[in-house]
Design a protein around this ligand. Structure first.
Ligand code: SF4
Length: 349
């Protein structure tokens, strides 16, 4: 790539001023109408930021709307049971976010005065530097820059940053200071949202729309037609994993499993079991593959086979901890991992 310099230097106050005004006026005119931006509040900001972690906006919208109907504020969320909260989260994945949000609501609703500092927010469950900066800048106008994946893309392109980052999280950490150096002191919340919005709807991973970009004048790689070369991230080797899930029915229903020891991830969330309870023995010849599914989580490609065991011997021992039978009615009421709910429906239909 030919090295391209911008006529602007984002260290000079007058250039910084132009950059900030360009992106802020673009944001005010072009931002998407999203439910958490309608009559914004601290609560809506917190809920949306929790939901949006690792999840796309289109997926989050119906969940967010439903959530606000069920739990309109911190207090109503705090009063809900964990089962209800998990059920409302079903299908969004990464359930520790729901538990943390629930615990956070209990703490916040007990406060007389809600603190506005990064430090106080970072001490809350599930709140890392990104959420703390987003919440305090958007809700309290604190000058705290956010640096998520979208912001990394915009920054590495503006400055043509050639450093190769180990992964997205490392890039976010390393570019935090750069993001902080650009933030508008008077409108930090809007500025943060503008940077993220630019990454989401203009500075696409592939085919960014540089020609109409509000910050093209400041963007070295955009001007050089080389935006797609940034950010530079080390390529991770994909791993493959094959998993067998069991489909076992009895007159008590379908056998499901929820790992009682998985505190963080999936406790309280039911799945088709990966192994049979020790009180059962299968006769190998009675196994049949019902469904084969592929899915990717992070850099792992999973191949999941759902195997029906139709002929098994059940000892007179009770099912061990974590297993349960569930009738169709109960399946609807329980919180299931999103993909498992779909697979079960596909097999039952
Ligand atoms: S000019 Fe292009 S690469 Fe640069 S920020 Fe705008 S959309 Fe992204």
């Amino acid at each position: 790539m030919k090295n391209h310099r911008s006529e602007y230097n984002l260290k000079k106050p007058e250039d910084l001023y132009k950059f900030r005004s360009s992106i802020l006026s673009w944001y005010r005119f072009h931002k998407r109408e999203l439910p958490w931006r309608k009559s914004p509040s601290l609560y809506k900001t917190v809920v949306s930021e929790f939901m949006l972690q690792q999840t796309r906006v289109v997926t989050v919208i119906p969940y967010f709307e439903n959530w606000i109907r069920n739990y309109p504020d911190f207090l109503s969320l705090a009063k809900a049971s964990e089962d209800e909260v998990l059920k409302s989260w079903e299908g969004l994945g990464y359930y520790s976010r729901a538990r943390n949000l629930h615990n956070l609501a209990k703490i916040v609703s007990s406060w007389k005065k809600v603190p506005d500092s990064m430090e106080a927010w970072k001490a809350l469950p599930g709140v890392g530097p990104y959420i703390a900066a987003a919440v305090t800048s958007i809700a309290f106008q604190k000058v705290e820059a956010v640096c998520d994946g979208n912001v990394v893309r915009v920054l590495t392109r503006i400055f043509s940053i050639t450093e190769k980052f180990k992964d997205g999280a490392t890039a976010q950490k390393k570019l935090q200071t750069t993001a902080q150096s650009l933030i508008d002191q008077d409108h930090p919340g809007d500025f943060n949202q503008a940077m993220m919005e630019l990454g989401a709807i203009q500075c696409f991973r592939q085919s960014p729309i540089c020609l109409t970009c509000p910050v093209l004048n400041f963007c070295t790689s955009g001007q050089a037609g080389a935006a797609e070369q940034f950010p530079k991230l080390e390529k991770k080797k994909k791993k493959k994993k094959s998993i067998h899930r069991y489909w076992i029915e009895s007159d008590k229903g379908l056998l499901l499993f929820s790992n009682p020891r998985s505190k963080k991830r999936l406790s309280g969330i039911y799945e088709l079991p990966e192994s049979m309870p020790s009180s059962m023995e299968s006769k190998k010849e009675a196994e049949k593959i019902l469904l084969t599914k592929k899915r990717t989580i992070g850099n792992v490609d999973y191949l999941e086979k759902i195997i029906e065991i139709s002929n098994y011997a059940e000892n007179e021992i009770e099912l061990e901890c974590g297993y349960r039978w569930a009738s169709r009615k109960e399946i609807n009421k329980l919180t299931l991992s999103g993909p498992h709910r779909k697979w079960i429906q596909e097999i039952l239909d």
